[in-house]
Structure formats: C-alpha cells, structure tokens
Design a protein around this ligand. Structure first.
Ligand code: NCD
Length: 338
C-alpha cells in the first residue's frame, strides 16, 4: 500500500500544482474538481484493502487522532474511528455528553484543550454551522469537518460521489464525470448539511442538481447555488438518473415544519410507484439514518440493483482513510502533501 499519488491522479492536476494544498477539510466549497477527484482516486486503494480479510496499513502509526463529536452519530463516528485504526493511528473519541462542554466550557477553550494534547488530526462534528472553522483557526493540526450544523458535511458528499462512481463503473461508465446526469435531492433541504455539500460536490463533478422539498423546508434563495428548486416531487423525479433522499432533521426544527409524518410521506416519500417517474434504472441513495415509511419505503431502500445505500456506508470508511492519509502527510513528512 502506498500513500503516493497514483499515475491517474497525477495526470489530473494542473501542471505545477500540488495535489491537495489544504491543511483542513472544512467543506466541499473549498475544493476544486481535480482535488475532489484526487480524494476519490486515493480512496480506491482503501476500498480494496477494506475488502481483504486483513485490513491494516501502518501509514499513521504513532499519530493520534481525536474524534470530537458534539452531536450524536453512528456511521460517521464509527467510520472515522475504523478509518483511523485501519491506518494504524491511535484514535480517541470524545463525546460531548461526557465532556466539559456540559460544564460550560466554551468551544474555543475546548479547542485549546484538545490542541494541548498534541493530536495529529482532529475530526469535529458540531451542531453549529462554522464550528469546525472556528476550531481549525485555534489548533495546530489538520481539522476535518464531520458535519457542522446546517453548513457542510464534506466527507459525506465525497463518499456519496465515490459510491455513485462505483455504481456508474459497474454499468460501464468511467464514473469520473457526472456531466449529463440529473440528480434529484429530496427532503429537508433547509436543515441538511448533506444537501449543501452534495450540491457543491455533484455540480463540481458536472451533474445537474434538482432539489425538492415542501416550501417550509426549502431555503430561500437556494437557486443561487445553480440548482432547480421544486416542490412537486413527481415533477422533480421526472427522468432523474439519481434520487437522493434525506431525513427530516427534526432535531434542528423549532416548531412545526410539516403537518405530519404521514402527510409528508404521502407527498414526499419515495415509493416504488413514485420511482417510476425517474429514469428506468435510476440509482437510489440516502446518507442514513433512514426513517423507513417516512422519506423512503423499505421496498425502494432495499432494491438490490438500484439502491446503493449500503455501498455509501462502505465507501465512507475508504473516503475517511483517504482524507486522514492526505491531511497527515505534512506531519509524516510525506512528499507532495502541499
Ligand atoms: C447525516 C448528518 O448527520 O448530517 N447523517 C450522516 O452523517 N450519515 C444526515 C442525517 O443525520 O440525516
């Protein structure tokens, strides 16, 4: 296993530019298309490793990674932990419920405290948009955003792109260019950092993105991002090549945004009958956690040939391994870190 650039990846960079010239990964908004492709290309070696019975590389041996999660998480926390461990790092998880945050410590003081323990990377999930950047500005090591409020969730968008690329490759496409693909993202767009990161990532990869939500869950002015906002789900699905469903982020809602889960399902739930409006072989995605029977029906979520929801989880570990490898190259003295 090597952490150096693959010939494919190398040939994608503008001449004389470094592959990944960023210390932190705070959002997709900071990345250029060739940097996204570099991360995807680098993740491929980890997809392969993760499919072996022995899943260990020692690239990060001796390094300490702190996963500081101020919000609940199952798949993101677990996959960052597995990613760090498979690369040989010492991984420590900090949960907000057990931390001094509950004792009134400010985010900046928490950042200074974590930094004093000399981690080599910090992964942050926080309920406030911009919290990752705030911490990144206060610490000496790379910071990775594992979801900050309604802002961004960059590794989710990257793993989604990788899962989609794999599915397109299975169908004989190179999967490197999403030009010509229409992707419909439906659900609680207003509160979703996944939607925002995916809009930026999918567009950078060339796709046309439609967003669909009830009026109360559609951010005003979202069209400035170059997406087509729609409230009618059937219209939003028409000829879509990919349908990405999102959970209602009730934990971020103050007050009533939808009349009832039943009503929501009636208008915005992805059912088998509704999927028929999309392209014949449309791919179904969901970042999880799913609320079956609300935004998506089980028979759609579990479609073996169309749904890539499980593959998204699989790709999550590989993408996070790639991000941890690339962002710690500087401290490891690996050439080409940026
Ligand atoms: C998403 C998140 O936390 O933003 N989940 C995830 O990371 N897989 C989406 C969600 O919670 O609905």
């Amino acid at each position: 296993m090597t952490s150096t650039q693959s010939p494919t990846a190398q040939s994608r960079f503008p001449a004389g530019r470094l592959a990944f010239p960023h210390r932190d990964l705070t959002g997709i908004g900071q990345l250029e298309r060739h940097e996204i492709l570099y991360l995807l290309d680098q993740a491929e070696q980890w997809v392969e490793l993760n499919r072996q019975s022995t899943k260990h590389a020692d690239l990060l041996a001796g390094l300490t990674i702190i996963n500081a999660f101020f919000e609940n998480s199952t798949r993101t926390l677990l996959s960052f932990e597995i990613a760090g461990k498979r690369l040989g790092a010492d991984v420590v998880n900090m949960h907000a419920a057990q931390s001094s945050v509950k004792k009134g410590e400010t985010l900046i003081d928490t950042a200074i405290t974590l930094n004093a323990m000399r981690p080599d990377a910090i992964v942050i999930r926080h309920g406030s948009s911009g919290a990752t950047q705030l911490i990144a500005d206060k610490v000496d090591c790379p910071v990775l955003n594992a979801g900050d409020g309604q802002h961004e969730h960059p590794t989710q968008a990257l793993l989604d792109a990788l899962a989609l690329r794999h599915k397109l490759r299975e169908r004989g496409d190179s999967g490197d260019d999403f030009t010509g693909l229409t992707i419909t993202i439906c659900g609680d767009i207003l509160h979703s950092r996944v939607a925002r990161s995916n809009i930026l990532c999918l567009q950078a990869m060339g796709a046309s993105v439609r967003v669909c939500a009830p009026p109360a869950l559609m951010p005003s002015g979202i069209d400035v991002l170059g997406v087509e906002p729609l409230h009618d789900f059937d219209a939003a699905l028409r000829n879509a090549d990919v349908v990405m469903m999102l959970r209602l982020q009730t934990e971020r809602m103050e007050g009533q945004f939808i009349p009832s889960a039943r009503e929501y399902h009636h208008l915005y739930g992805l059912t088998n009958a509704r999927l028929a409006f999309a392209a014949g072989d449309a791919i179904v995605m969901h970042p999880g956690p799913m609320n079956r029977g609300v935004e998506i029906d089980s028979d759609v979520a579990d479609m073996l040939d169309r749904s890539i929801i499980t593959q998204q989880v699989e790709m999550g570990v590989a993408i996070r391994m790639a991000c941890l490898d690339i962002l710690t190259r500087r401290v490891r003295g690996v050439e080409g870190w940026a």
